[in-house]
Structure formats: C-alpha cells, structure tokens
Design a binder for this molecule. Structure first.
Ligand code: ADP
Ligand code: MG
Length: 235
C-alpha cells in the first residue's frame, strides 16, 4: 500500500537496481547516423519509482530496451542489480531479465488463447515454482487490481483497462526488483489511464519494486518519486 512508500535504503550498502554510465546508442537512418542516446547517466535505487519524460522520438523506448537487456548495440555501462551486463552472455542476460525485471508495454501483449489468470501463471512456471503457488500468486495480484471476477476471461473478453491491468499483474508475478513500463497507459482514455496508473503505482509500491516509467504525460509523472527528462540524448 502507498502508506509504506518506497523502501528506504542505504545506497552504499545495497546495490542500485539500475546504474547507467555514459550510455550511448546510435542508429543509421538512410545513410545518416543519428545519435539518440549521447551519454545517459542514471541510478535507480531499490523501491524507487522514476518517471522518464521526454517528447516522442527522444529515445525513451531505446533507453528501456537497453536496461531490459533486450538488444545490443549500446555503448557505456549498464548495470542491473549490481551485475555488469557487458560481462553476460545471451542466456545470462535472459536469466537477469527473468529474475529481476518485469515489463509493461503500451499494448498489453497478452496471450490471446489463455485466460487472465493463465497469462499471469505462465511466466511463473518457468521458475520451477509449483503450479498451485503460481496460481495463488496470480490470484492475489489480479484480486488486488480488482479483477477477481475476471480470472477466467480471455483478453478479447476484457476491456482495454482490464487487459492492461492483467499485463501489470503479469509483470509483477515473479516479484521483480525492477519494473520497466513503456507508456503503460498510452492506449487508454484519460479517465481509465488515471485509474489503471494509480493501481499500478499502489501495487508496485506495495511490492517494494523499483520502476522506471517512460511517458510523455507530465500529469502521470507527478505521482512518482522522481522525474528525469531525456533531452538531446542526455538526462
Ligand atoms: P521515444 O520512445 O522517446 O518516442 P524511441 O526510443 O522510440 O523514442 O526513438 C528514438 C529515436 O531513435 C527516433 O528517432 C527513432 O526513429 C530512432 N530509432 C529507434 N529505434 C530504431 C531502430 N531500430 N532503427 C533506427 N532508428 C531507430
Ligand atoms: Mg517510445
């Protein structure tokens, strides 16, 4: 719940969840090199909820891809939970993702042939946890998000806001230290977006996860612990 707030930690003792130093990324576009990230420095501490603001095209999604260890091609240091990503192979990067990071995107990306609870159970099964425990965890999260009556519904039978709430439950299912959210309510109308985002924040705070939330919505940013802005490739 929000009363507890983010975890209070001593940065010198506990590793930051994210540490970026001089992060760079360039793209070739029609024979021209575009330097999208020009040396981004950022530290996110455990339990901290950070808004990543910046206009469309400023590099927010590119930055989240770097931190999510989804793609290569980046320069500089990317450290997740104290681990230098450049020292990891493909399988180890996948393990860091699985163990520490939850993702929420603008579009829910739920599996259409599975119902709400199954969509939240499946990512837990790969950890080897017993199915009954995975189901209990999924139910706990979906109940907290007000979806207790919708557990058996497939995504196509849910509203946009409900689909996005299932995606939030899925992201938190494995108790990640870090949630990366890329315009998580960008597909919803304003009233629904505000409601879903408030639930997202309350749940992330209650779980004690850190979060980095890319948005161009200044209003959503006000509810977070800290705001960073991408401008001309730096924060
Ligand atoms: P934002 O999420 O802030 O809207 P993006 O990170 O999506 O910004 O994009 C930043 C810039 O990088 C844009 O100019 C975009 O065209 C460019 N870009 C992103 N991904 C690629 C790619 N795979 N190939 C070429 N250019 C890309
Ligand atoms: Mg984007």
């Amino acid at each position: 719940m929000s009363e507890t707030g983010p975890a209070i930690v001593e940065p010198a003792v506990i590793d930051p969840v994210v540490r970026l130093e001089k992060l760079t990324r360039s793209f070739e576009q029609g024979g021209v090199t575009i330097d999208v990230l020009r040396g981004v420095d950022l530290v996110v501490h455990p339990g901290e909820i950070v808004a990543l603001l910046g206009p469309s095209g400023s590099g927010k999604s590119t930055m989240l891809q770097a931190i999510g260890l989804l793609e290569g091609g980046f320069g500089g240091l990317i450290e997740i939970a104290g681990v230098d990503a450049s020292k990891l192979g493909k399988d180890q990067r996948a393990a860091v993702r699985r163990d520490h990071i939850g993702f929420v995107y603008q579009f829910h990306h739920l599996l259409p042939d599975f119902n709400a609870i199954e969509n939240v159970v499946l990512p837990q099964l790969i950890t080897g946890k017993p199915r009954a425990d995975c189901e209990a965890r999924a139910k706990e999260l979906l109940d907290a998000l007000g979806l207790g009556e919708r557990l058996e519904h497939r995504p196509s039978k849910l509203s946009g806001g409900e689909q996005q709430r299932v995606a939030v439950a899925r992201a938190l299912a494995n108790r990640p230290r870090l949630v990366l959210a890329d315009e998580p309510t960008g597909n919803l109308d304003e009233a629904t977006a505000d409601k879903v985002f408030a639930q997202f924040l309350e749940l992330v705070r209650g779980e004690g996860s850190a979060a980095l939330v890319a948005t161009h919505n200044e209003r959503l940013a006000l509810a977070m612990d800290r705001v960073v802005r991408l401008h001309d490739g730096v924060l």
